[in-house]
Design a binder for this molecule. Sequence first.
Ligand SMILES: Cc1cc2nc3c(=O)[nH]c(=O)nc-3n(C[C@H](O)[C@H](O)[C@H](O)COP(=O)(O)OP(=O)(O)OC[C@H]3O[C@@H](n4cnc5c(N)ncnc54)[C@H](O)[C@@H]3O)c2cc1C
Length: 403
Amino acid sequence: MTFSLELNEDQIQLQKWVHDFAENVVRPVAGEYDRKEETPWPVIEEAAKIGLYSFDFFANAFADETGLTIPVVMEELFWGDAGIGLAIVGSVLGVAGIMANGTPEQVMEWVPQCFGTPEKVALGAFCVSEPDAGSDVSSLRTKAVYDEAKDEWVLNGTKTWITNGGIADIHVVVATVDPTLGSRGQASFIVPPGTEGLSQGTKFSKMGIRASHTAEVVLDDVRVPGSLLLGGKEKLDDRMANARAGKKGGGQAAMATFEATRPSVGAQAIGIARAAYEYALQYALERKQFGKPIIENQSIAFMLADMKTELDAARLLVWRAAWMGRTGKTFEAAEGSMSKLKAGRTAVWITERAIQILGGAGYVDEHPVERWHRDSKIYDIFEGTEQIQQLVIARAISGIRIE
Ligand SMILES: Cc1cc2nc3c(=O)[nH]c(=O)nc-3n(C[C@H](O)[C@H](O)[C@H](O)COP(=O)(O)OP(=O)(O)OC[C@H]3O[C@@H](n4cnc5c(N)ncnc54)[C@H](O)[C@@H]3O)c2cc1C
């Protein structure tokens, strides 16, 4: 097999198609949705109409053998706008939760329902974080109790910072069945549309990605049928019995899933970083001070040289990890976490430098770079903070359980 970093013909076409959508549909309304802090329903509906927001699209993109299609799509879409980008792909978080733990039948039944149809779009949400369980997801307090007589699970608790929380049609909720067992005592449940007892709590006002809805999800005696426990009860009972007997668990499998999904989040950050780099380059070529374009000063030109170098380095880490995930390579050094760590930091740094290059113009909302800087910061925080990525990498390279 020959080594190549070239995208294939299908990927190049897809890249162009998503780029056109980002440029013509997303960018023109990005500032408006950031200001209004509203879910961009017309954009999501348009994405559904052209087939970008659909089960088929994501199923095909994930099936690509190189692993690069998903990062390429993410980069283009988030180049358009990260808030709107997340409003479009936020459902994929719920989808990933179903795919990671569901039986094939559950996947076939529920994943398409996270997207709906072009006539009636639907949203999915993945509800893990809680007020007292953010980075430490082993300490969830949301309880799931089995009511054997009715073959139903009863969920109680509060989830926080949930993308699409309360406005989603399908909520995938992770809850604890036996808190003494940490993560191995937890299970994921589908909460279907219109289920009684699930409601939206506070909707958060955010620094960035403001077109993406983030809210608390309150679960008050939410009852779901036994069949909505992802993976089934037998598997959960076996896992808990093994944990109680002190046998080793499937932590490795969960870690491998994270490593495989983190590059797609990194690719979103790359999209923001590229937008800011391109904008700053253009500005530096056009803006004149002291009788010449500012790019003719080395301090500006070298800044842009560094920005482009960092951008490409971060993208290469993202592509490597995406390729490793898709081709089943072992993540010896937590390469997925590495890619997300680098991409998040790079996006924050490049967007900040872009503000510097624009000077005063970078600080006001007539130009999008201040928004891109605000948007970029979330990539150091969600899907595992900067420090948690460092922890995962440090443990992988040392073999020591560093705290
Ligand atoms: C906009 C947005 C959208 C989100 N969407 C979702 C979603 O859809 N679903 C969902 O479940 N969650 C979601 N989250 C939650 C997100 O995943 C958490 O915010 C994140 O995991 C961090 O948890 P925390 O905020 O409680 O921070 P904490 O865990 O309290 O961390 C605070 C600080 O301590 C550091 N820290 C914590 N533990 C350690 C340690 N062991 N070593 C070193 N440093 C440490 C962290 O790095 C951080 O700097 C979202 C959050 C935001 C802001």
